[in-house]
Write a protein that binds this ligand. Structure first.
Ligand code: UDP
Ligand code: MG
Length: 344
């Protein structure tokens, strides 16, 4: 008997969760010799997601609810889910039915052939605008060329992870979690499962362009210091050009005297150089800001309620339920023990 955990982050998904769970549990029912658990992470939803989850849990003993104390974002919700998954294999899937749950048996079949990570790779992106498709295309190519680890193209978070892959992910304490990159970083035998990505079943995407832009910056800065190098290269090039310019001016003055007409060129040079400096400063700032966030060493998330499988809960008593409160707070590697190691 193998155990399987299905990790589902949900943020304002009350419209779609019933359909999702129906399709998921139909699929899980078909798996032989598999004991399944479905871990829903409520990522601080402001709609009825939590009560829908509660109803699902009442009807299905395989459901676990991890209720985060506020909205932490999908990447961290996923980390919370994986921290609570204790199974031979874990599946990560979106709640909006863009990733068909019916593929799970196929993931499990490939995993049994000896792969630690089986990632879903999209053949098509139905129901997405041309702009989103184009920006996604560009993003994967840029990050592919900047980063030393290769992040597979056109993959989302829909995937299966073996126990040791999940344990490897748990060891990564960073606050800035670019999941696709982390999944690739851990290594182990990985393989793709190609599938058609459907349109959202109901509700709206939580990722607007501003958020996608932050996401892209996150991906690039987490996995590459190329922009920092670019800043220093730009500095070197500009300095070289300025040096050649200076030689030229000296030569011209010696040959033809100095007719004092330098204002436009002076202005242009000044503006250009300030621009280059500001860009360089901005890039350094992006990295510095991330170091600042990491150095605070805050827990990744806080769990408000933890309702594990088969746990009988009286809906009337809820949301006051406190089981697991504070116990499942994820802490970054304990500072005290590190200090001990450093001290003589
Ligand atoms: N999600 C989340 N927290 C957030 C935003 C999204 O847990 O802050 C979940 C959401 O409920 C869904 C998944 O992450 O299950 C993917 O979100 P969405 O469909 O909005 O993203 P897209 O598919 O458009 O990239
Ligand atoms: Mg979606």
């Amino acid at each position: 008997m193998t155990s399987l955990a299905v990790v589902v982050p949900a943020y304002n998904e009350d419209e779609v969760l019933d359909t999702f769970h129906a399709r998921l549990s139909a699929t899980l029912g078909k798996l032989e010799n598999v004991q399944a658990e479905v871990i829903y992470i409520n990522d601080g939803s402001t709609d009825d997601t939590l009560s829908v989850l509660h109803a699902l849990k009442a009807a299905d003993s395989r459901v676990t609810i991890v209720n985060l104390s506020r909205n932490f974002g999908k990447e961290i919700a996923l980390a919370a889910g994986l921290d609570h998954a204790n199974a031979d294999a874990s599946i990560v899937i979106d709640a909006d039915l863009q990733d068909p749950p019916e593929l799970i048996p196929e993931f499990v079949r490939i995993w049994r052939q000896g792969f630690d990570v089986v990632y879903g790779q999209r053949i098509s992106r139905n129901g997405e605008t041309a702009l989103k498709k184009a920006s996604a295309f560009a993003f994967y190519r840029v990050i592919g060329s900047l980063s030393r680890i290769s992040i597979p193209r056109d993959t989302g978070d829909f995937r299966l992870l073996s126990r040791r892959a999940v344990e490897a992910l748990r060891q990564l304490p960073e606050q800035h979690r670019y999941m696709k990159g982390l999944f690739a970083w851990i290594g182990f035998p990985q393989t793709a499962l190609r599938y058609e990505r459907d349109a959202r079943d109901a509700g709206t995407s939580k990722f607007n362009y501003v958020r996608l832009w932050h996401f892209a910056i996150e991906g690039i800065t987490s996995f590459s210091i190329a922009p920092l190098r670019l800043a220093s290269w730009a500095g070197v090039c500009v300095a070289l050009a300025a040096f050649c310019g200076a030689l030229w001016i000296i030569y011209k003055t010696l040959m033809y005297g100095n007719p004092v007409a330098g204002y436009p060129s002076l202005m242009v040079t000044l503006l250009f150089l300030s621009g280059v400096q500001m860009i360089g400063l901005g890039i350094v700032g992006e990295y510095l800001g991330r170091m600042f966030n990491e150095s605070k060493r805050r827990p990744l998330y806080l769990v408000q309620d933890y309702l594990p499988t088969g746990h009988a809960v009286d809906p009337a008593a809820w949301p006051g339920t406190r089981c697991g409160r504070q116990e499942h707070v994820r802490l970054v590697p304990d500072l005290a023990s590190q200090r001990e190691r450093l001290l003589p």
